[in-house]
Design a protein. Structure first.
Length: 259
């Protein structure tokens, strides 16, 4: 039985484990900056730390998926302490979306299933302490909600992180996007998402001419969703140059820290 394997617990080992958890708890709690949504979390910092932890776990022979679940659960507990009041889930397969939300946030915050993506975005926009958890926008189908981010009223919202199936390979698209009124920060290894009007189908070439590795991954009439293969700040001069060159409405709408 499983309990029989714990015949000789090590007090020193237990104290070391608790000490590490306590240190991480304090580090997350003391992280500065409260977002416009009233939530004091730093998704980029959490992603960078998860990358480091899973790398260390791999070298030690520990299961990466288990470490990822433990870390994300800890981050979710801290997020609630620092203002996260609700996570609104909508779009796609309801059961999978709720499962993904729990994978990212753990069981501390309330996860509320809504019938429509627009309602989830409205709540993330207007409600303090709220985030939305929606299908990742690049695949076709339910993810086509991304065009709503181009509406003026939703401009304060951005994609701040993603969560994937833990058995997926690094090239596979994430399962969900975390959306809220928060700042975009680099994690050290990121893709960015942008939207623009691309009537002449020249967005990729225009951005590459400015030194940005770009790929159009979805279209809604003239509006395109663009993946940029590096962290690009919303006020990056190259974006302004691309707009002046004819890429109307070019705007950063999200970040995806790579696994």
């Amino acid at each position: 039985m499983a309990a029989d394997s714990l015949r000789e617990p090590s007090e020193a080992g237990e104290q070391s484990f608790v000490h590490v958890l306590s240190a991480k708890w304090r580090e997350l709690r003391e992280a500065p900056a409260v977002s416009a949504a009233g939530i004091g979390v730093r998704p980029a910092r959490e992603a960078a730390e998860l990358r480091r932890l899973t790398g260390a776990g791999r070298r030690a022979g520990l299961p990466e998926a288990a470490l990822a679940r433990i870390w994300r659960s800890l981050c979710g507990e801290i997020a609630v302490e620092r203002g996260l009041g609700a996570v609104y889930v909508a779009g796609g397969d309801a059961a999978q979306s709720v499962e993904a939300a729990r994978g990212y946030f753990g069981f501390a915050p309330p996860v509320v299933l809504l019938s429509g993506v627009r309602e989830a975005l409205e709540r993330a926009l207007s409600q303090q302490g709220a985030l939305a958890c929606l299908p990742w926008p690049e695949p076709s189908g339910a993810g086509q909600w991304w065009a709503m981010l181009n509406e003026n009223r939703f401009h304060p919202l951005v994609i701040v992180d993603s969560w994937t199936c833990l058995s997926a390979g690094p090239a596979e698209a994430p399962r969900v996007a975390i959306v809220g009124r928060m700042s975009l920060e680099p994690s050290g290894d990121d893709d960015m998402l942008a939207v623009a009007h691309d009537d002449n189908w020249t967005a990729e070439a225009q951005l590459r001419d400015l030194g940005l590795r770009a790929e159009v991954t979805a279209r809604a009439r003239s509006l395109v969703l663009i993946r940029l293969s590096e962290f690009v700040a919303p006020d990056d001069l190259r974006l302004d140059l691309a707009r002046k060159a004819g890429l109307d409405g070019l705007r950063i709408v999200g970040v995806r820290p790579r696994p």
